[in-house]
Ligand binder design. Structure first.
Ligand code: CP
Length: 335
């Protein structure tokens, strides 16, 4: 039997996404369930987390199941992912054993593995989660690699709660400054879910260097076509914000400068004015603001925006709990 994973929303039809969001809304109304009674999930964290870890652990508990958190290289053995390698370095066991052993213990494996930020051509292969999928015999869930599909669902849920039908709503994904180059995962995901919801999406970024990987731009265009929305790129802050119903902020590193971050720094430093502030939000159509969190206040968005009624970032963060319960319940129901 083919195993159904939750790796990217691109593997799920619009109807399936809507069904997950409906199930998440039901879990929000009534938190306790038995969908995971006697079942378990291993949460493999190769990178730090606050929201993802808390909401997955709590979600499993609320559905009658159990979550086991492991941080390979910290509280669990460092894992080797290369095939055929002579393991005489720092890694102690191979993913071929790790994934198969975990599959004998637990019913699902969830993975957070960020890019290494050296070579995008390597990082875009998403090798860590792909290796879990290859060797595991249970469903694998993406807790953020080069996309962040659980965040997508939480974001869509929060927008639907505030706006209802999202079709043709004007959505701006804006790049913001951050002192370090960050993962493109949430930005990729924002494009995927907003276009899947049929929104009119503008990717706002300082220069063409910050346009996202063509894989995700192409998925965005496909989604927009299939769902009656649109996708375009703008470098004009005022024009992009004008009339927006949703502004979603994220910082990410420019792909052409991957691994050469000192060369990108001058561009990043010259664009601190991309911060989301009250003057920009005043250009919107009473627009909502959100961010995946964590967020550096007064770097990515001002205190005034974060503390305004337009900010739905806390709703979105809460929704991580509900959507992930929907994902776990759905994967278990499909086994
Ligand atoms: N948004 C998000 O994934 O938060 P954490 O990094 O805290 O898990």
């Amino acid at each position: 039997m083919t195993i159904r994973h939750f790796l990217t929303t691109q593997d799920y039809s619009r109807a399936e996404i809507d069904a997950l969001l409906d199930q998440a809304a039901a879990f929000k109304r009534s938190r306790q369930g038995k969908q995971m009674a006697g079942k378990s999930i291993a949460l493999m964290f190769f990178n730090p987390s606050m929201r993802t870890r808390t909401s997955f652990e709590l979600g499993a508990f609320q559905l009658g199941g159990h979550a086991i958190v492991l941080a390979p290289g910290k509280d669990a053995w460092p894992i080797e992912f290369e095939a055929g390698t002579v393991m005489d370095g720092d890694t102690e066991e191979h993913i071929a054993e790790v994934a198969r052993v975990l599959s004998r213990y637990v019913d699902m494996i969830a993975v957070r593995a960020f890019p290494k930020f050296i070579d995008w051509n390597e990082d875009r292969k998403d090798k860590v989660i792909a290796a879990f999928v290859k060797h595991a015999t249970v469903p694998v869930v993406n807790m953020e690699t080069i996309t962040h599909p659980c965040q997508e669902l939480a974001h869509a849920m929060a927008m639907r709660e505030h706006l209802g039908d999202l079709s043709k709503k004007k959505y701006v994904l804006t790049w913001t400054y951050h002192p370090k180059p960050l993962n493109t995962a949430v930005a990729n995901s924002a494009l995927l879910i907003a276009t899947k919801m049929g929104m009119d999406v503008t990717l706002l970024c300082p220069t063409p260097d910050y346009i996202l990987d063509e894989r995700y731009m192409a998925f965005g265009r496909e989604n927009a076509k299939a769902n009656g929305g649109s996708l375009r790129v703008s470098h004009d802050i005022e024009e992009a914000y004008s009339g927006a119903h949703v502004v979603y902020a994220k910082s990410w590193g420019a792909i052409p400068f991957f691994g050469r971050w000192e060369e990108e720094k001058a561009i990043r430093d010259a664009n601190k004015h991309f911060i989301v502030d009250e003057a920009k939000m005043a250009l919107t159509d009473s627009g909502l603001f959100s961010h995946c969190l964590p967020l550096r206040r007064n770097v990515k968005a001002t205190d005034a925006v974060m503390d305004s009624p337009a900010c739905i970032a806390i709703d979105e963060a809460e929704n991580r709990l509900h959507v992930q319960k929907a994902v776990m319940a759905s994967l278990l129901a499909g086994q």
